[in-house]
Design a protein around this ligand. Structure first.
Ligand code: SF4
Ligand code: SF4
Length: 299
């Protein structure tokens, strides 16, 4: 085993409340749903489920892109669409008494709207059953399908506008890593385009906060992380998550380094100085970790 594959102490975590886990796992399986929590075997599951939060993956379990870090299964387009998915997500949200739901989706570059309607349909179904639930969306970049750059931008904006019109509690789109490592880490997305998407979200819906996140440990330097945080603030991104990248399997991009909890604390403090209103920074932080607003904690 390569030294960088050995998990530092601070990344090991007890499984936690087994019955809360089984409850969610059973329902997700029974309803033929997919969650990032389970698919990624997220170390925070017990905590999040107990707090009434989970992240549902829409658009099926197979993605048309193949980012080097991501554990979601990859496949060729077109993938069939599951017409009952939104309704079953809504049923699961109600049955699990969730109070804050994060909706994300695989990149559906095979669909005309790149999957924008997956978000709006699921939001409507959830609200019909559970009106008070907070819904955050964590979207792909909705980019593609047009040869002409200007046409492409207009189409992307339209897809984004449709999602924002459904009034999510927060619009989240991850940069994932610093500019230099984008090509190696993400497939089909670019740093500038993602920043532009976050900027457009602020313009189209100023009342909806925007959020983005980075995985650390892919080979980035501290200066590059600070630069990226500055770039996010330059498009008025208000919320930030910083977490440690963990390699899902040997087929994925290796971990270059484990950042220490102290370094995460320091970066979190820098992020607050830069003006982010909500910052979650720590080795086990994921894009949806403590996503619900918590006025008593800003960690
Ligand atoms: Fe799920 Fe996100 Fe919580 Fe992990 S951090 S269990 S992915 S809601
Ligand atoms: Fe994973 Fe999203 Fe990349 Fe698809 S686009 S491989 S779901 S990170």
């Amino acid at each position: 085993i390569h030294p960088s594959e050995r998990l530092p102490e601070w990344l090991r975590r007890p499984v936690g409340n087994a019955s809360a886990l089984e409850n969610v796992q059973g329902l997700v399986k029974q309803q033929r749903l997919h969650t990032i929590c389970e698919e990624g075997r997220c170390p925070n599951r017990a905590e999040c489920y107990a707090a009434g939060t989970a992240t549902f993956l829409l658009g099926g379990p197979i993605c048309t892109r193949s980012c080097a870090f991501c554990q979601v299964e990859k496949g060729q387009a077109p993938q069939p669409l599951d017409a009952g998915e939104a309704e079953r997500v809504a049923e699961a949200v109600a049955a699990l008494h969730l109070s804050y739901v994060v909706l994300t989706a695989v990149a559906r570059d095979d669909l005309a709207d790149h999957g924008a309607h997956l978000f709006t349909t699921a939001m409507a179904a959830i609200r019909q059953r559970t009106p008070g639930v907070g819904i955050e969306v964590l979207t792909p970049d909705f980019w593609g399908g047009h040869r002409d750059e200007q046409e492409g931008l207009a189409a992307q904006r339209q897809r984004l506008a449709a999602v924002l019109a459904a009034q999510p509690a927060c619009f989240n789109h991850n940069l994932e890593t610093v500019e230099r490592l984008q090509g190696e880490v993400r497939r089909g997305a670019t740093y500038r385009r993602s920043l532009a998407l976050l900027a457009a979200a602020r313009e189209l819906a100023p009342a909806i906060p925007t959020k983005s996140g980075l995985m650390l440990g892919l080979g980035e330097t501290e200066a590059e992380v600070l630069q990226t945080m500055g770039d996010l603030r330059s498009v008025d991104c208000q919320r930030l998550t910083l977490g440690q990248y963990l390699r899902p399997s040997l087929a994925h991009i290796p971990v270059a380094r484990y950042w220490t909890p102290e370094e995460f604390d320091q970066l979190g403090a820098r992020a607050r100085e830069l003006g982010f209103e909500q910052v979650r920074s720590g080795p086990l932080v994921r894009s949806s970790y403590h996503a619900a607003p918590q006025p008593t904690s800003n960690r």
